[in-house]
Write a protein that binds this ligand. Structure first.
Ligand code: ADP
Ligand code: MG
Length: 723
């Protein structure tokens, strides 16, 4: 092994036994460093400590027993790899213990050995056996570990592997874990020491010990998030600097009101009361001498784009610049098109900046931003990474915030021109994700919220149906009915092609499997390419233009497909969840989701939000051949409930306790021990205790802050870029 010292931040490949292939798989679980590995808390435990007698063995049931080896192991065949078995008894009965692919068993056990066995019982005739069980000498080494951790997994990684690696890692770094919990809090909450906590969660002697370890790590996580976000991230932090000043109405340019009227008349619809309210909130904030920090929360289709564009128009009319950031180029382009239409004739220049924008054009656009010629700029995070400077930037809007990391916003704010600092622009965040208030406080600091609840007038409720199959004439029939009326459709599939590993962002498969063994196998998912083939084979593609869209396509190809879909040329768009966010085509009235059981409720609701955007009746069809109860329960909920806020709540509920709540989709770093939704009150108590100690100042406070900084970077900051 490498002679250099292994630290918490060392890559996992520094550990004995982890090669590049394993590291690649671990990265999918967000494990890249030694610290990631030790803080990867098991999602639940199998308790093997409930010992039974051999005579109680039942076909197909699990059994744990202590017994004596009654005969030396024998090899049942001539090859070295032939199965090996022996008998064991406990006074109540006898059972055969067999092993495949384990020649070492021949030398490991002898008649007379006292053993512990855990495995699944099978019978042949009247004889009971356990095949490939967990089997160890009783009383050996560190004692038997009968509480077995079960981790969140990905293909090719088992719980045993993670547990073994965590053991290796902990031996090397246990002494290096700084204690970030103030003594007073530790005492009050009876929390154990850091190093113990990690040992307890990975190698508990009892379930209580595991719970104790987890509780301590949960406190750590909440402190890191709460204190770290405010002190080591620039967003949401306290800021005394004044924002770029927007003149109050008295000092408005002479033509301001005429230009505003023009923008409003361009809208082509009447704003809903909630939209108006949000815009008024924003207007007030913009006039304040304090930077705005506001969240606009509105269910899909509630009309957040209009609010964003009007806020930018307001800023531009007052002579300042505004930026709108979208998570994908498809969405940025779409916003650009709406903004151009809404701002036409108002004298406001709109620019679009994407990653793929040609270098020469980029240069030109950047100049327009620097000299103030363009006052509304729409782009993806490419805008953030390039060094862009503005003449007079006053407002930054992030649309569908949950799709990007805090770090990226931070980059933009830093790269703005001048030295007057990072928080001195007004900040507006648009999201369809209902983030609980307490949680928003932890993530964004003190944010004001505007909620858009009303739907634009004339909307018909989307009808949602469930079809218990993924290939059947019914699917094509419903599709054709819509297409023949001149309407358009989306078909969403969980995978690109049959061998691609790309899966739904919050795939449920492992969840179901780990919480309770699946009664029925989960069918293979239908891929985008397979679906396209089906439409081709059935002649649908020759009657109506069909096309595919997925994340790894070239940006230009994606934009082209999207444009042809929006213009009505392409009738059926077969895609992955890339269209989950924001895409707006009011003529699309059908959303067919293949293997819908693989998606979380929040994702399904986002997808469904792509339709029902015009005045025609829209239909969402959920197709799934998964027969498992939990999957069917989710489908039923989708058919019955159309309220995004309610579904998000249910989503969390259904995922069950001790689960990780698919926080990724909320743009919140994945937590490993704490449950952000239920532990948020705990978070504020923990952070208060830390702040109290920090406020006292002195050496102790300084050290604590340093430690929190180190741990925060290890645990969260370095990961936020890829949220
Ligand atoms: P989201 O909140 O999901 O971002 P969008 O801003 O994309 O929703 O708006 C969805 C659709 O509703 C768009 O076609 C938009 O033009 C339209 N829309 C927005 N506000 C209104 C309104 N007040 N009346 C009618 N249609 C509206
Ligand atoms: Mg939107």
């Amino acid at each position: 092994m490498a002679a250099s010292k292994i630290t918490l931040g060392s890559p996992v490949t520094d550990l004995y036994g982890i090669g590049p292939e394993a590291a690649r798989k671990l990265a999918k679980l967000e494990i890249t460093t030694v610290y990631d590995l030790i803080s990867f808390v098991p999602r639940r435990y199998n308790d093997w400590s409930d010992v039974q007698s051999i005579s109680s063995a039942q076909e197909g049931e699990q059994i744990s027993f202590y017994g004596t080896v009654t005969s030396d192991p024998v090899r049942k065949g001539y090859k070295k790899q032939s199965p090996v078995s022996f008998y064991a008894g406990d006074g109540t009965g006898r059972i055969e213990v067999s092993f495949f692919n384990a020649p070492y068993i021949m030398d490991k056990f002898r008649a007379g050995d006292e053993i512990f066995v855990h495995g699944t019982v099978s019978f042949y005739g009247t004889r009971a056996q356990v095949v490939n069980p967990f089997c160890e000498k009783a009383g050996s080494g560190d004692g038997l570990r009968l509480i077995r951790p079960v981790y969140n997994l990905t293909a090719g990684i088992t719980s045993n592997m993670i547990n073994r690696w965590a053991a290796t890692a902990l031996k090397l770094v246990a002494g290096q874990i700084p204690d970030i919990i103030p003594p007073a809090l530790k005492e009050k909450e009876k929390l154990c020491d850091a190093a113990d906590a990690y040992n307890y969660v990975h190698f508990p002697k009892t379930i209580d010990e595991a719970v104790e370890g987890r509780r301590r790590i949960a406190y750590e996580e909440l402190i890191l998030l709460g204190i770290g976000m405010k002190n080591f991230m620039t967003v949401g932090g306290p800021d005394e600097r004044a924002p770029v000043v927007i003149p109050s109405s008295g000092a408005l340019p002479a033509d301001a009101s005429a230009r505003w009227k023009k923008v409003i008349s361009n809208l082509g619809f009447k704003l809903t009361g909630d939209q108006k309210k949000a815009i008024t909130d924003i207007e007030h904030d913009l006039m304040e001498a304090r930077p705005m920090n506001r969240l606009v929360q509105g269910d899909v289709g509630s009309g957040k784009t209009a609010v964003a564009v009007l806020s930018m128009a307001m800023t531009a009319i007052m002579g300042k610049q505004a930026v709108l950031l979208a998570p994908t180029s498809v969405l940025a382009k779409q916003h650009y098109d709406s903004a151009t239409a809404m701002l036409e004739g108002s004298g406001i220049n709109v620019a679009l900046l994407l990653g793929k924008t040609k270098a020469s054009l980029k240069k030109e656009i950047k100049e327009q931003l620097r000299d103030g010629e363009a006052s509304v700029i729409i782009g993806t995070h490419a805008v953030l990474t390039d060094d862009v400077s503005f003449k007079d930037l006053a407002l930054v809007i992030a649309d569908e915030q949950h799709r990007f990391g805090v770090k990226q916003r931070e980059k933009l704010l830093i790269s703005r021109d001048g030295s007057d600092g990072i928080n001195s622009v007004h900040n507006l965040v648009m999201t369809a994700t209902p983030i609980p208030r307490t949680l928003a406080m932890v993530i964004y600091g003190d944010m004001a919220t505007s909620v858009i609840k009303q739907k634009p007038a004339g909307r018909k409720e989307i009808k949602t149906h469930f079809l218990p199959f993924t290939d059947g004439q019914d699917i094509y029939n419903v599709l054709l009915t819509k297409l023949r009326k001149g309407e358009q459709a989306y078909i969403v599939c969980p995978r690109i092609d049959d061998d691609s590993e790309e899966v739904a962002p919050d795939e449920y498969y492992y969840d179901d499997f780990l919480i309770e063994p699946l009664k029925e196998p989960v069918p293979e998912p239908v891929s985008v390419k397979k679906m396209k083939q089906r439409l081709d084979d059935r002649g649908i593609s020759s009657e109506f233009e069909t096309a595919v869209l997925y994340g790894s396509m070239k940006e230009s190809a994606k934009l082209e497909v999207m444009e042809r879909f929006l213009s009505g040329e392409i009738k059926v768009l077969i895609s992955t969840t890339v269209i989950e966010v924001g895409v707006n085509n009011p003529n699309a009235t059908m959303m067919i989701i293949m293997n819908a059981d693989r998606f979380g409720l929040s994702t399904l609701h986002q997808l469904r939000g792509r339709i029902g955007r015009g005045d025609k009746q829209s239909y969402c069809v959920l197709c799934s051949d998964n027969k498992n109860e939990r999957a069917l329960e989710r489908m039923k909920l989708m058919c019955e409930c159309s309220d995004g806020f309610e579904l998000a709540g249910k989503d969390l509920e259904l995922r069950g306790p001790g689960d990780f709540f698919g926080t990724r989709q909320h743009g919140i770093p994945t937590l490993r021990a704490a449950n952000l939704f239920t532990d948020a009150p705990l978070a504020s108590a923990a952070c208060d205790a830390v702040n109290e100690l920090l406020d006292r100042g002195g050496e102790e406070a300084r050290k604590l802050m340093d430690n929190i900084g180190v741990m925060f970077r290890l645990r969260f900051a370095d990961k936020m870029g890829n949220l």
